[in-house]
Design a protein around this ligand. Sequence first.
Ligand code: ADP
Ligand code: ZN
Length: 610
Amino acid sequence: MPKAADPSQVLREVFGYPAFRGPQAEIVEHVIGGGSALVLMPTGGGKSLCYQMPALCRPGTAVVVSPLIALMQDQVEALRQAGVRAAALHSALDPQEVAATWRTLASGGLDLLYVSPERLLAGDLLERLAEGEIALFAIDEAHCVSQWGHDFRPEYIQLGVLAERFPAVPRLALTATADPRTREEIRTRLKLAEGRVFLTSFDRPNIRYLLRDKDEPKTQLLRFLEDHRGEAGIVYARSRSRVDRLAADLRAAGFDAVAYHAGLESGVRSAALDRFRRESGVVVVATIAFGMGIDKPDVRFVAHVDLPKSLEAYYQETGRAGRDGLPALAWMVHGPGDVPQLRRFIDDSEAPAGQKQIEHGKLDALIAFTEAPGCRRQVLLAHFGEQLAEPCGNCDGCLEPRARSDVSVPAQKLLSAVWRTGQRFGAAHLVDVLLGADTERIRSLGHGQLSVYGIGGELDREQWRALIRQLTALGLLVPVPEGRGGLQWGPEEEVRAVLRGERTLELPLPPPRRERRRSGSRGGATGQGAAMAAEWGEADPQVVAALKAWRTDQARQQAVPPYVVFHDRTLLELASRRPGSLAELAEVGGIGAAKLERYGTALLAVLAGS
Ligand code: ADP
Ligand code: ZN
């Protein structure tokens, strides 16, 4: 394709988009003009266009460094569908494919070349590239260069040489990691101190954050998933055994669920990943081993049945939902029971003491997030240094505000129970004592004889647990130093003030169990239909279904993921606008010239026939 001068024309004709989004226009212009930059944009923000557009507007081949083969393949497929001359060089290609790519490259026939960092730096690839014209270097997932960050890749460090060897070629580093320390490390290591920094808001307004008190995680999860049958999603759990068990439970409940963790054979893992990418309704149950490089746009929910290890991790994991901008859910059950184990992981790790302290601090920030009253998004963004002026209206804190009530008397009972049992037991046992449970442990410890035994009938188990969390958040209860989940009193003066009735505690508690059952999984619906209707008018579900069936067919024939053919967003827009001619089709977002030519007639037939 001849190099075009007008970016907005390229945007329309190649990608089928009417306008740039957020800072894209400014970034694209900066790079076309020869500038280097660091781009920080949340997942789904539209980073790819920031280098794909200059690649099409600047002379020469753009070199895109990407850490994962699957990621490269999808991008290359999607670009080819849009009529862009793109290829990838990586270890999974056979020699013929590699030779063909070399030839095309040498003849100046490539707009974009995707490579892994090790491939770029090995052999004579750089020399060969230098013989032709290089449009720019894009370094995707640039946080991999940071040792402070969580995806450190030693090969990335070498990428600093690009600045020295090709001082005249613009370099664009891109990441969705917001953390300021990582950001500085990227700039230093990739020698981008001179380049501009484009920092976008890290808010993901289409993601609804729903946190739930952990009660019976499996039952809660199944109830949550009930509203999301047929949707693609990720369920994060902490351990491999838990992942295996949950995946089996979900399958038994009729969900198309697959397990993913580092303990599985690599063939099994890649099959799971493949199904998740290529089909539209697969649920992956996974440890944190799953996720890096998942750019599937239509992940409708990310569920956590265990606490992640930090707020950064939570943000990144939940960020995999809703990259397409459509409504998505980040759902999590959490409880104090998760915390001791996480603390132990940190303490037992090999890390130096300073690092452990940092990790504990990160965990504290996460706990503060889970316990904060009010808007979740405000707390989350504040952690990344962003102030959200108004509550978001799209999280459990905003949608389900909890009434506060005077819990002074239950708090006194709880604090007494902690004292009488010797300041060393965790939440489960304390609640058993308060509720007068008949457990082996209570019998053997003789706790049935205590004055506090069975005095807590006014609250149910879940409410007691909530109260324990709140008193812990207030510092009235603190973990015992040796861990294991035990709790002891906080500062004695403060505790005594509560016990003597000098300090009143007004706190929000969950509604009693009976009511929770009745209200079911409120706030579960994503309101996808409603959001779409607001944008384009109603989409007929039958037409959407017909379009999806057609897309599945196309994807199968070409052996590509469905979203490479068209995103859900495009199908929904098609179904609500129902274009009747090629000219009208061209107006729909995501349909550029190449796709119009390739699929236009077929799409019109599907629309006419449904
Ligand atoms: P990121 O890499 O930042 O996570 P992507 O580059 O994958 O995000 O883009 C996210 C989604 O937004 C993709 O589906 C992409 O096609 C779409 N998108 C990006 N820019 C635009 C735009 N200007 N107009 C419409 N859709 C866009
Ligand atoms: Zn909110």
